[in-house]
Design a protein around this ligand. Structure first.
Ligand SMILES: C[S@@+](CC[C@H](N)C(=O)[O-])C[C@H]1O[C@@H](n2cnc3c(N)ncnc32)[C@H](O)[C@@H]1O
Length: 380
């Protein structure tokens, strides 16, 4: 029996650093292995695995391509050599395998890359929306502008660009946005509708997904969406398809024009995955405008993903990874915030948080806010 090698923290750190150095290569290899059916073929083969020649046959890849991808994937953790001891320098590759005919089996990580929906959507978002633009991160942090957005065209933020982005980019953007919001909306609905609001203002309502769900959940509610004109047009089409044009209205607005007041008279105001789109200074201003539109009874609901409220490292990693999309592609000045940062903005805007619910959906927290000047006893 071989002894395990002595721990070597320097070597471990060197390996972790090389994973960073080669991360874009590793990412593209994983994506191609997924998209070209290599991972699928290996999953079908099970523990026994497939040779590179067999994978080439399964997928239509050249023998060179199959072997290159599989060999690199040994180091990237997507495949392993079954029957060996994990040390590929010893020339194993399935007991009895002839040199050059090693069998490759999919690892647990490979199975996640192939099958996990969140991983697939995150990878598509990074490839289609972020990958090319991230080269301009340096410039983005220098100027506080989304310098990477130029790979798609000339807009001040991604939100003006959204209606005009190429179809595949839009598809990956919406899949990413909806993956997270869809996981939380059904859990949030009964909480927001506990007091049966008759009117709801959906701030940054995007394609109307939440507005439509509100109307399906409660036949009496009417929803007004505030958003940019391009998004309101998408929302109008969706709302019409659901036969809800009479109950969902859209009002165009630029939230960065702090002179524009919000409409008043709503029982509830809703902001989902919205404050992440703005700098802390703008968030405070937007919340002040929301406060000015609130009556004594109005409840302001904030649904967002805060990295300091997560239950596991996977969620924290996803949020920190997504944060730089805001810097480089979206607006140049926002990020995935901590709850502590957002709660400070809420207080500065003259509001107070009177209820907080963590772990809704994949990673969300729901905050209920009131005007601070209205004593709790005065509310119904
Ligand atoms: C990340 S999306 C969130 C969409 C939706 N609320 C959800 O939970 O899925 C942010 C929304 O805010 C809107 N938005 C961002 N900046 C804006 C601005 N300056 N003026 C108007 N709308 C803006 C975007 O158009 C987009 O619809």
């Amino acid at each position: 029996m071989k002894n395990d090698p002595a721990p070597n923290p320097t070597l471990d750190a060197m390996l972790a650093a090389q994973r960073i150095a080669f991360a874009p290569v590793m990412f593209q290899v994983a994506r191609v292995m997924r998209n070209r059916g290599v991972l699928r073929a290996l999953q079908r083969a099970g523990k026994g695995g497939r040779t590179a020649a067999e994978v080439a046959q399964d997928t239509g890849l050249s023998a060179y391509a199959a072997k290159t991808l599989l060999e690199a994937s040994l180091s990237f953790g997507l495949v392993e050599l079954p029957g060996g001891n994990g040390d590929r320098r010893e020339g194993q590759g399935g007991r009895g395998a002839r040199e050059g005919e090693e069998r490759y089996a999919i690892t647990r990580v490979g199975l996640v890359v192939e099958n996990d929906r969140m991983t697939r959507i995150n990878m598509d978002f990074i490839h289609d929306v972020c990958y090319e633009g991230m080269r301009f991160l340096d410039e983005a942090i220098e100027g506080g502008k989304p310098a990477g957005l130029r790979v798609f065209g000339d807009w001040p933020t991604v939100y003006e660009a959204l209606p005009e982005l190429p179809p595949k980019v839009r598809e990956s953007w919406f899949a990413f946005d909806h993956l997270y919001s869809d996981s939380a909306f059904p859990k949030a609905l009964p909480i927001v509708f506990e007091r049966r609001p008759k009117t709801l203002l959906d701030i940054g309502g995007n394609t109307g997904r939440w507005a439509i769900q509100c109307c399906t959940h409660d036949p009496d509610v009417r929803v007004t969406i505030l958003d940019l004109p391009g998004q309101l047009e998408d929302a109008r089409v969706n709302v019409e398809q659901h036969g809800l044009l009479g109950r969902v209205m859209g009002t165009p607005i630029d939230f960065l024009d702090h002179g524009q007041a919000f409409p008043t008279g709503f029982d509830a105001i809703w902001m989902s995955q919205f404050l992440v789109c703005f700098s802390e200074a703008d968030i405070t201003q937007i919340l002040r405008r929301a406060r000015a539109a609130m009556g004594e009874e109005t409840e302001l609901w904030i649904l967002d993903t805060f990295w300091d409220r997560q239950e596991n490292e996977v969620a924290v990693h996803c949020l920190h990874g997504s944060s730089l999309y805001f810097t480089c592609l979206a607006n140049g000045n926002s990020r995935m915030y901590s709850a502590a940062d957002i709660k400070r903005c809420i207080e500065e805007a003259g509001l107070t948080v009177d209820a907080e619910i963590d772990h809704l959906g994949l990673a969300h927290t729901l905050l209920r806010c009131r005007r601070r000047d209205v004593p709790a006893g005065k509310r119904a």
